[in-house]
Design a protein around this ligand. Structure first.
Ligand SMILES: Cc1cc2nc3c(=O)[nH]c(=O)nc-3n(C[C@H](O)[C@H](O)[C@H](O)COP(=O)(O)O)c2cc1C
Length: 215
């Protein structure tokens, strides 16, 4: 049966993105938007982003990961280096990350090249995590592989909790960060009557070229 959800419709009118407000470097605009969203979004995970990669058979896959650090040099998330996403990045490090900030009717899509972060940065972030999350990373040492049951995970968690009682947990070698060095940003601001603002910055010979795209 065809479920009819065609009446789910919203009009966008909260904001606009005008040429006069565009900085030369897209990082400044990302930073401005992120800060605005973060300070007005309560508990929602404004740092959740969809990471899209291409696997070895050429299929794209998007999944959510959490942005943990960002700077003009790139956007950093952490994961298991044996996971599907990491294997895809090994084959093809051209990736995309995208954010949807519903309250602000905004989307940002960034394309770039992913590279592993330094061991020092991965250690710094791993060491800052609560013990439960560190144990979780150990339990899920084979992220993305098939497991027999949820029980299997819980047993492993309980065993490791005992093993590490009163002890520090070091970052496993197969867990760490990726940094995405952007070559393109697209900023989307929802507009009335579907006349959305779409501003694309593309890197060309070390300069950011700015274009407005048809919505
Ligand atoms: C809100 C949210 C945050 C997540 N954050 C991360 C993250 O930071 N790192 C990570 O590896 N997986 C994170 N995940 C899980 C991933 O979406 C995904 O299930 C997992 O990384 C395995 O993906 P893969 O098999 O494609 O490699 C998160 C999921 C959600 C819904």
């Amino acid at each position: 049966m065809l479920r009819d959800i065609s009446d789910l419709r919203k009009s966008y009118q909260k904001n606009s993105l005008k040429e006069k407000d565009l900085p030369l470097n897209p990082f400044s605009l990302f930073d401005r938007w992120f800060k605005e969203v973060k300070s007005n979004s309560g508990n929602s995970e404004v740092n959740a982003m969809t990471l899209s990669t291409i696997d070895k058979s050429g299929f794209p896959k998007g999944r959510i990961v959490l942005l943990k650090y960002y700077s003009i040099d790139g956007f950093i998330f952490f994961t298991n280096y044996n996971s599907d996403k990491s294997l895809s990045i090994e084959i093809n490090n051209k990736v995309s990350i995208s954010f949807f900030w519903e309250e602000f009717e905004r989307q940002v899509i960034i394309k770039g090249f992913a590279e592993k972060t330094s061991a020092e940065l991965s250690d710094k972030y791993f060491n800052s995590r609560p013990k439960g999350s560190k144990l979780g990373a150990l339990v899920s040492e084979d992220q993305s592989s098939i497991i027999e049951s949820k029980e299997f995970l819980i047993k492993k968690f309980n065993l490791l909790t005992k093993d590490f009682e009163g002890k520090e947990i070091e970052r496993p070698e197969n867990w760490g960060g990726f940094i995405i060095n952007p070559i393109e940003y697209e900023f989307w601001q929802g507009g009335e009557n579907r006349l959305h603002d779409r501003i694309r910055y593309s890197l060309s010979e070390n300069l950011w070229k700015i274009d407005r795209l048809s919505p």
